[in-house]
Design a binder for this molecule. Structure first.
Ligand code: WT7
Length: 656
């Protein structure tokens, strides 16, 4: 495989700022190097020591790592713990009245939830769902807006050993239905409606549409509804009940279920290149350890921080850095229901000022849209409380990085660009902000204990400046254990078995290292798009298009986009003649609506092109590479002789 060409010319480098370094947990490069060295010398001992220090155990473990160093891994296997105890009970001493969550509603109303209140709510809700028959190992789908009760629902599952699977509230019927079916969930927890940016989203109605008409056929026996807007919703007797009915009269104490380290904590669906979304399975202790350590190492967590991660609980970022990480370290965090620019373009900065936020973690797409809607706006707010800024979800372009650092961070705050994935559970490559110099556009170096590298297809390590496959060479505690219900796909998808006989975890991202070993992520290797920092499979969008009555075939690719990172371009082959002019725009609009209905607005194609066919190899494989060039408006200089139908390229090029 020829190495991937990198077009990287960034040379700016920033030392950790003073006075940040003075109070930082890891204050200098030498301390970081020593941690890396400790992990290199004694890799599982390194993790075992951290696990003993950071986790509250019911029964301590004796075995740090057991596995085959390839696809099977267990960490701290014989240990017994409960994740909700680590997130709640252990803070009920000195910190019982400390705010756990500051909730900022879409309309600007604020609520403060202490650790004591969270504990009581979790216990009462846990008792309630137990009474409804939910037991250890059962799956519960959570389809809720950004609200403290979304975290309550997750931690209540953890308390009784049920496996939660949160579905992003921006997804609609088809996506929700597939996930409910794949998990075999017994219960769905939702709200009447969500409120975002002044608009309401009918969550309960979507749940109703997602559950089979005949209840007998569905695994779902109970739907619990949180009232958010008091909207008039239909209630199915015997199946549906309100949150207050469930918790009414329940004691605010619930004994935690003793869980093994390797017992499943949650399933979270993410897109893969082929087939349906993958239910990524995370287990208890290793996941928790990754969340806790990265809170301390990367976010440099301090007890008086006001931590704000803007991600929705429907994504892994909202699991690790809303539901589990901040709670496990006993932080005060902000949960925001709204959108960055409602009711005005300065909303994010207004919220930072209002709640004196110290740590702010968001996605490049949000940063870019904030630059666009109000480059100078941050200056009109008091952002002096901020001490650390973070970025996640996609590569951040150096100009956005610099703006973030200068205009939002006022050159006082380090910027941590964090590379990780749903599958990795927690940060993998990211700066320890007091220790590492940062470079705009680079996620810097792996965390201590993480052995990342860039290799070619045979597993040989590549040198500086040579782009290749990003791999992780050794197992780590918070990595996925399998794909729910599809272990074979897990084993096939995620590992590179190198010529040396060693197996590496394969991230499906391309990357390059510079002379100082800094990692620069170049993008995805598979047919997965990153739109607004969210990974979307082409497959799911294509299937939805093909499910529309007028469509015979569809292929979806991405083209770079200033705002959303990547924009979706769909190539569609209709049944019958190809529409042109007005008919084409009308059909395109109908299809965009269709995808929004089926999967959600996030998957809506920006552009739809019609053709009589798609470019295919003689074996019938769609040549997405060529479609990508057409979508970008670039010339096709590559060899197209392997194409079954070369003439189709001209038609698709002219189809706009
Ligand atoms: C993919 C994972 C991890 C939480 C959000 C997304 C891309 C993620 C970065 C970054 C460059 C990044 C990668 C990765 N990605 N963070 N800092 N720089 N690319 O989770 O949906 O599992 O997507 O997002 O392509 O593989 P996800």
């Amino acid at each position: 495989m020829p190495t991937i060409e990198s077009i990287l010319h960034e040379t700016r480098c920033f030392e950790p700022p003073h006075p940040f370094t003075e109070n930082a947990r890891i204050k200098d490069r030498a301390t970081y190097d020593a941690l890396v060295e400790e992990a290199t010398q004694d890799w599982d001992g390194f993790w075992a020591r951290r696990a003993r220090e950071e986790i509250t155990w019911i029964t301590p473990f004796t075995k740090p790592y057991r596995g085959d160093h390839a696809t099977r891994h267990t960490w701290f296997e014989d240990g017994v713990l409960n994740a909700s105890v680590n997130c709640l009970d252990r803070h009920l001493g000195a910190h019982r009245h400390k705010p756990a969550i500051i909730f900022e509603g879409d309309d600007g109303a604020t609520e403060i939830w202490s650790y004591l209140r969270m504990h009581q709510e979790v216990c009462r809700f846990a008792n309630g769902i137990k009474e409804k028959g939910i037991q250890r190992g059962d799956r519960v789908v959570i389809y809720m807006p950004m609200h403290p009760r979304a975290v309550v629902a997750m931690l209540a599952c953890a308390r009784i050993g049920a496996i939660h699977s949160v579905v992003f509230a921006g997804f609609s019927t088809k996506a929700l239905k597939d996930r409910i079916a794949d998990t075999g969930a017994k219960m769905v927890i939702t709200a009447d409606e969500a409120v975002r940016g002044g608009k309401t989203i009918p969550l309960k109605q979507t749940v109703d549409l997602s559950l089979p008409k005949i209840t007998k056929k569905s695994s779902v026996k109970t739907v619990v509804i949180m009232r958010r807007t008091q909207a008039d919703i239909s209630m199915k007797p015997g199946r549906d009940l309100f949150w207050e009915e469930l918790t009414h009269g329940q004691p605010d104490i619930c004994p935690p279920e003793p869980m093994g380290s390797e017992d499943p904590l949650f399933i979270l669906y993410t897109s893969g290149s082929t087939g349906k979304p993958k239910g990524i399975l995370h287990t208890t202790a290793g996941y928790l350890l990754g969340a806790i350590l990265s809170m301390k190492w990367v976010f440099d967590y301090q007890s008086d921080d006001i931590f704000w991660c803007t991600a929705d609980v429907g994504w892994i970022t909202g699991h690790t850095y809303v539901a589990y990480g901040p709670m496990a370290v006993g932080a005060t965090q902000l949960i925001f229901e709204g959108t960055p620019t409602h009711p005005h373009a300065g909303r994010f900065w207004e919220v930072v000022e209002k709640h004196r936020v110290t740590t702010f973690y968001t996605a490049p797409t949000a940063i870019r849209s904030l630059i666009k809607t109000g480059k100078e706006l941050p200056k009109s707010y008091n952002l002096s409380s901020l001490r650390l800024l973070g970025s996640v979800g996609e590569p951040i372009n150096p100009e956005a990085w610099i703006w973030y650092k200068e205009t939002v961070g006022e050159n006082r705050c380090p910027v941590v660009d964090t590379w990780w994935q749903t599958e990795t559970g927690s940060h993998m490559i990211a700066p320890l902000p007091g220790a590492l110099a940062t470079k705009p556009g680079s996620c810097t170096l792996p965390l201590p204990g993480i052995f990342a590298s860039v290799v070619d297809e045979t597993g040989h390590e590549l040198g500086p400046g040579q782009g290749g496959l990003l791999v992780i060479k050794k197992p780590w505690p918070s990595q996925l254990r399998t794909i729910w219900g599809d272990d074979e796909r897990y084993r096939k998808n995620y590992f590179l078995h190198g010529e040396s006989g060693k197996s590496f975890y394969l991230a499906s991202d391309s990357a390059v290292r510079d002379e100082e070993g800094y990692f620069w992520i170049m993008g995805r290797m598979d047919d997965v798009l990153t739109v607004s920092g969210h990974r979307l499979g082409t497959m799911e969008i294509e299937s939805s298009l093909v499910a529309s009555p007028g469509v015979a075939e569809a292929a979806v690719v991405a083209r770079p986009d200033d705002l959303t990172g990547e924009a979706i371009v769909a190539f569609v082959v209709p049944h019958g003649a190809c529409p042109t002019g007005q008919a084409a725009s009308q059909m395109a609009e109908e299809l965009r609506q269709w995808v929004t209905q089926e999967i959600g607005a996030i998957a809506k194609p920006r552009e739809i092109r019609f053709g009589d066919n798609l470019p295919k190899t003689r074996s019938g494989k769609i040549m997405r590479r060529l479609l990508r060039l057409i979508a970008k408006g670039e010339a096709i200089s590559q060899d197209t002789s392997t194409l079954e139908n070369p003439a189709i390229l001209e038609q698709l090029k002219e189809s706009l």
